[in-house]
Ligand binder design. Structure first.
Ligand code: GLU
Length: 438
């Protein structure tokens, strides 16, 4: 068989959403699985509704998700141009062909295509045999001379030598129009593969751009791990048979195939996505975690993004990585490592101060820590433990007030790691300041 050529054909009329990303991904996976070509084609004939901003979001999101295209805008290719707005000459040529075959007529200024009326049968790679009869002639060029979606879509698939049309099930009802056109133009039909819809998380119906969590750039802004989003998207409608979930992209590519795509609709599940994201984050090498963290802080204009001491930044991130659920928790989780004016949680303060004699504990701790060794977690721990043993109290009696004084909260990494990374001077200064405010 000749080389597979698939295309992702978005219309830049809105922000890039999960459904579009999933369609792009299934095309990309199929191309990579078969050693084929992944084409990006921009269906921007609807001048009034297109925008360059949306176009850039498409490029940016695909790139972020690692779905590089082999042919298309920016990279070129032998079948270009790849934006419909630049292909008017090709549509004119194919329009002449269709006219010459006697399959068109004009009515009320519009150009109509004369259907054959014969049953249109496709052997859909996902849905199996689908038969549909087109019952009415349809417009291919509007009275304002702009060609209609069905016509340009088919002409492009023919002239770009597309072998497999993998797209959302919402286009299944268009397919009989398309096969009529393919046949009228004397072109062989591509293989069709209509992928199931994505249902909204709660309630009935298809997930829409307006649904919570529907936009790809939202995940980008929150610094989700792109590999995790790709892994999650791959499972929205595709089933690797043995219920595998977390898989490296090479394995997804190796195992992905069209018959493995479900016929039933897939339901969006943000908890599953968050969980996948966490799993990828936890196993990520420290260097990559630091890189993503830096980028996240910078994106949100936080000083930590350009923190000059790289070793210190790395130590803070090493404490945080195993403890957080997502990168967007980092600013809150690490605030006191990068500022002295960190917030003190009033509820935690009230609770900690209500129990035992926190001021006395803090005083004892300050005395002991003054001469303690801060070079390792074990050294810090042993200093606090020795103190607790000498006063007949527990580690916890010292820990909660110390944590409150030094970090303003009751959650965080181990207190010994926190002390080691902050260093003796800052820990003592914070404790003294806190004590003075009691
Ligand atoms: N521009 C169409 C869409 O965004 C593409 C249809 C197709 O893939 O054939 O839905």
């Amino acid at each position: 068989m000749s080389q597979v050529r698939v295309r992702f054909a978005p219309s830049p009329t809105g922000f890039f959403h999960i459904g579009s990303a999933r369609t792009a991904l299934f095309n990309w996976l199929y191309a990579r699985h078969t050693g084929g070509v992944f084409v990006l084609r921009i269906e921007d004939t609807d001048q009034a509704r297109n925008s360059e901003e949306f176009l850039n979001v498409i490029y940016d999101s695909l790139t972020w998700l690692g779905m590089t295209w082999d042919e298309g805008p920016k990279v070129g290719g032998a079948f270009g141009p790849y934006r419909q707005s630049e292909r008017a000459h090709i549509y004119a040529e194919y329009l002449e062909k269709l006219k010459a075959s006697g399959r068109t007529y004009e009515k009320d200024g519009a150009l109509f295509f004369k259907i054959s009326g014969e049953p249109q049968i496709i052997d859909d790679a996902i849905r199996g045999r689908v038969e549909r009869v087109e019952e009415k002639d349809f417009v291919i060029v509007r009275s304002d001379k702009t060609p209609v979606f069905h016509f340009v879509n088919v002409v492009d698939d023919i002239t770009m030598a597309i072998t497999h049309v993998i797209r959302g099930e919402d286009h299944l009802s268009n397919t009989s129009k398309h096969t009529e056109l393919f046949k009228a133009l004397g072109a062989p039909l591509p293989v069709y593969a209509h992928i199931p819809l994505i249902l909204k998380q709660n309630g009935p119906g298809k997930m829409s751009k307006r649904d919570q969590g529907a936009l790809v750039e939202e995940y980008q802004r929150r610094s989700y791990i792109p590999e995790a989003l790709v892994n999650f998207l791959s499972l929205l409608g595709w089933n690797p048979k043995d219920d595998s979930e977390k898989m490296p992209i090479a394995e997804i590519i190796r195992r992905f195939d069209l018959p493995g795509v479900n016929q039933s609709n897939a339901r969006f599940d943000d908890k599953k996505l968050a969980h996948m994201n966490m799993a990828y984050m936890l196993e990520m090498p420290a260097a990559r975690f630091c890189e993503l963290a830096r980028a996240h802080f910078r994106r949100h204009q936080l000083a930590a993004g350009d923190w000059p001491d790289g070793a210190y930044f790395g130590e803070v991130m090493a404490l945080a990585q195993p403890k957080i659920k997502a990168i967007d928790e980092l600013p809150g989780y690490t605030v006191y490592f990068f500022a002295e004016d960190y917030p003190i949680d009033p509820k935690v303060r009230e609770k900690v101060l209500a129990k035992g004699e926190p001021a006395a504990r803090l005083k004892e701790l300050i005395e002991v820590l003054r001469t303690a060794d801060f070079s390792s977690d074990a050294a810090v721990e042993s200093a606090i433990k020795t103190l607790a043993a000498s006063t007949n109290l527990g580690f916890g009696d010292y820990q909660s007030v110390a944590r409150l004084a030094v970090s303003g909260t009751n959650v965080g990494p181990s207190i010994t790691g926190m002390f080691r990374v902050l260093g003796k001077d800052r820990v003592l200064a914070r404790m003294e300041r806190f004590l003075a405010g009691l």
